[in-house]
Design a protein around this ligand. Structure first.
Ligand code: SDX
Length: 376
């Protein structure tokens, strides 16, 4: 092989960077968490069961679920200096930027930061699974100049997340939607943010650094940031009758339609049918009904022209809107459940114990003549 000669796989498309037992993204349109098809989980288990499954590699029994739920709720309180720091952050900052900073700060508050044992990392994962949603709720409440709420013992973990975010008693229908949404968003193979977390963990860096890497990566509109762009597009379209002209205009300009396409799936994203069902059941509000009608029309046009399908973010945006979540909080909500997948992958990477360091194909110059600065 010539000096510097390497075979580049652009975007690492279809490159398997490591083995994993956590989730399998089947291109023909199936998704498995630790061997369970998500169709057997969504609507049948609560989100903490899936979070437990991801980090403990098996579903909990009733007692283990109750203990896990109690541990999560116990960890939903943030250190005062974190709340003060969120209060001091300008309200113009994007919630993902604030979340990234505060998760990094969590590392400073970890009482057992030098303990990298498996037991300590499982405790750390549980703390992060509890505190990422808590930070998101705290950012939102402070942005509204509303009191920061503490979890209530009469509520489950997911009910507390909804209560601490919205400030009102969690309704059953909304809690059910949040369980389903968080289960669907929890993990997804070596997506960019999970891979970023694994690269960080592969250097034996700490879990907080790995999750901070993941949050920064999820923010991008090609990845988790797409949901916010989907809602911007749906609102920008205006009336339902404007959909066709608007979308065909974007396609004619070879623009990407946010919420569509996927690096792995060659058929419909298996999460989409669940999300389509969720939003259709929420269409008791005019706004949600109108958004659904626009989405249906967009799906038809885009598939007809590009033979691609909606991904997770397309209908997840409509579901979060129906929960009264403002669009700039869509990606933080995504992070609030994906943190369970990220922490599971970080633990698996520690077990795999290998540095993730690819090569590259050097196409620059060689043997350039050096000229000292006084002669340049
Ligand atoms: C998530 O990896 C994961 O699993 C991510 C995720 C998870 O759970 O973690 O599933 C969550 O991030 C979903 C993706 C959210 N992002 C978006 O919705 C942004 C819009 N989507 C695209 O940018 C794109 O589809 C990607 C980034 C998702 C995938 O990009 P690829 O695999 O690099 O595909 P590509 O850009 O090379 O496109 C292949 C073809 C092209 O057509 P040609 O130029 O070859 O004719 O499909 C077309 C693209 O033009 N295409 C699109 C399109 N996505 C692909 N055309 C219009 N709109 C789109 N959205």
């Amino acid at each position: 092989m010539k000096k510097g000669e390497r075979v580049v796989v652009r975007g690492l498309r279809d490159v398997a960077a490591a083995e994993t037992k956590i989730s399998f993204v089947e291109p023909k349109g199936e998704l498995y968490y630790l061997g369970y098809n998500i169709d057997d989980l969504v609507g049948k288990v609560v989100y903490p069961e899936v979070a437990y499954l991801l980090i403990h590699k098996r579903l909990p029994n009733q007692q283990e679920l109750e203990e896990f739920n109690a541990n999560l709720i116990a960890e939903m309180k943030l250190p005062d200096r974190m709340i003060d720091s969120i209060r001091a952050t300008p309200k113009r900052c994007h919630p993902m930027d604030v979340l990234r900073t505060e998760v990094s700060r969590l590392g400073e508050c970890d009482p057992e930061n030098n303990d990298l044992s498996e037991a300590a990392n499982l405790r750390r994962a549980t703390r992060l699974i509890a505190r990422v949603p808590t930070i998101v709720a705290t950012i939102y409440r402070i942005r509204l100049d509303k009191p920061v709420l503490a979890p209530r013992e009469e509520y489950s973990f997911t009910e507390n997340f909804l209560y601490m975010f919205k400030g009102s008693p969690p309704e059953k229908a909304e809690t059910d939607v949040l369980h389903r949404l968080m289960i669907l968003q929890a993990d997804h193979g070596f997506n960019a943010s999970t891979f970023a977390a694994r690269v960080t963990a592969s250097t034996n860096s700490d879990m907080y650094s790995a999750i901070t890497s993941a949050i920064g990566t999820l923010k991008g509109p090609l990845h988790g940031g797409a949901g916010e762009k989907v809602m911007e597009m749906l609102d920008d379209i205006g009336l339902e009758e404007h959909v066709e002209e608007y979308i065909k205009g974007l396609l004619d300009e070879n623009k990407k339609i946010m919420g569509f396409g996927h690096r792995v799936y060659k058929a419909e994203d298996p999460r989409t049918k669940h999300l389509r069902g969720i939003v259709r059941n929420l269409c008791f509000r005019d706004r949600t009904t109108s958004l659904c009608n626009k989405c249906n029309k967009i799906e038809e046009i885009v598939h007809d022209r590009k033979k691609i399908y909606p991904n997770l973010d397309f209908y997840a945006a409509v579901a979060m809107d129906a929960l009264d979540v403002p669009k700039e909080f869509f990606t933080p909500l995504f992070a609030s459940s994906r943190v369970s997948g990220w922490t599971a992958h970080v633990i698996e990477q520690y077990e795999d114990a290998v540095l993730l360091r690819p090569s590259s194909k050097y196409i620059g110059a060689f043997d350039r003549k050096f000229v000292p600065i006084e002669k340049r």
